[in-house]
Design a protein around this ligand. Structure first.
Ligand code: ADP
Length: 301
């Protein structure tokens, strides 16, 4: 097969591993920087051009779209879909998952466990929305943040009001969320490939930090997840319509709660912690599923 990996940097661990796994199985791989793709949108003949040449003949593309290029990146993925090229994760699914508010609304509709979450526009409603999530301590997070950036723990109502005021001053939309303290700075990353949790790890925040992101100094250890956690992770990926997803869960008193569903989950931490060849599992899934015209929107919303 000819596989395109949509990635801005071929030297990133995840991209390298996907190239390695695909080549080891005899596929031809091209790494494509989405920001250098340009498109011709015309009836029946959607074209994608790259550094002066028309891109053609791909059997599948694997999107690894960074958060800062979501809009352009998903437009390129969509153009491949218009050509009938199989995309591992579809543009609409990536868009759903990227918007934390939209993702939580879709998960909530299907009854998936979530931390109590509120959203408000008007400054006059700050007090009201803080009450809806049970008051301080609470977590305030930017809707489009990643890797723990823009996620703040406010221990008191006063601290929460100050953070909210600051975010409003920046014209940024944010969620207000119940702080799940019993998770004690740990969360669970479930790596889903095609309806299976292929690996899971526990991420624990470093001393004095509540965010367990590995980019924030968190540490990872392999872990056994419970059947309820497995079910929740698989449902979350399915509701988003993602074939490959990193589902982040908190272990709470009332069962697993989904914090977010990542559409381009990193491979480095989870392969190191679990020792599992996840890149190989992803390429295996592509082999089994990529057919021309096999793009169809899954999930809702
Ligand atoms: P990002 O997309 O930036 O990683 P998350 O919503 O996943 O943002 O939050 C980052 C980290 O902060 C999580 O991995 C988790 O450790 C911690 N965290 C986020 N929300 C909560 C919450 N409601 N209760 C407890 N910890 C949380």
């Amino acid at each position: 097969m000819k596989i395109g990996i949509l990635s801005r940097n071929r030297h990133l661990y995840s991209t390298r591993r996907l190239i390695e796994a695909a080549e080891a199985r005899g596929h031809k791989v091209q790494v494509i920087d989405v920001l250098r793709c340009y498109m011709k949108i015309q009836p029946h003949q959607p074209e994608i051009w790259y550094r002066g040449r028309k891109l053609e003949g791909f059997d599948a593309v694997i999107p690894r779209i960074g958060a800062s290029v979501t809009f352009y990146g998903t437009a390129v993925v969509r153009q491949f879909e218009m050509q009938g090229v199989y995309t591992l994760n579809e543009s609409v699914a990536i868009t759903r998952a990227r918007d934390k508010l939209r993702a939580l609304q879709l998960l909530a509709r299907k009854g998936v466990g979530l931390p109590r979450t509120g959203f408000a526009h008007a400054p006059d409603d700050t007090e009201g929305v803080m009450q809806l999530v049970g008051g301080a301590p609470m977590v305030i997070k930017l809707i489009e943040g990643t890797q723990g950036q823009g996620v703040v723990l406010a221990e008191t109502a006063n601290a929460a009001s100050s953070v909210i005021e600051a975010f409003r001053g920046l014209d940024a939309y944010f969620l207000v969320q119940e702080f799940v303290g019993e998770a004690r700075g740990s969360d669970i990353r479930c790596f889903v490939v095609g309806g299976e949790v292929v690996a899971a790890m526990q991420r624990t925040a470093c001393e004095g930090e509540f965010r367990s992101n590995l980019h924030r100094g968190g540490s990872a250890t392999p872990m056994e997840i419970t059947p309820a956690e497995r079910r929740t992770a698989l449902r979350a990926a399915r509701i988003m319509g993602l074939n490959v997803a990193g589902v982040d869960l908190l272990r709470s008193k009332s069962g697993p709660m989904v914090m977010e569903v990542n559409s381009s989950p990193g491979l480095e931490g989870i392969e190191a912690a679990s020792g599992i060849d996840i890149a190989g599992a992803i390429i295996g899934f592509v082999e089994a599923n990529a057919r021309p015209g096999r793009t169809k929107t899954k999930g809702r919303g």
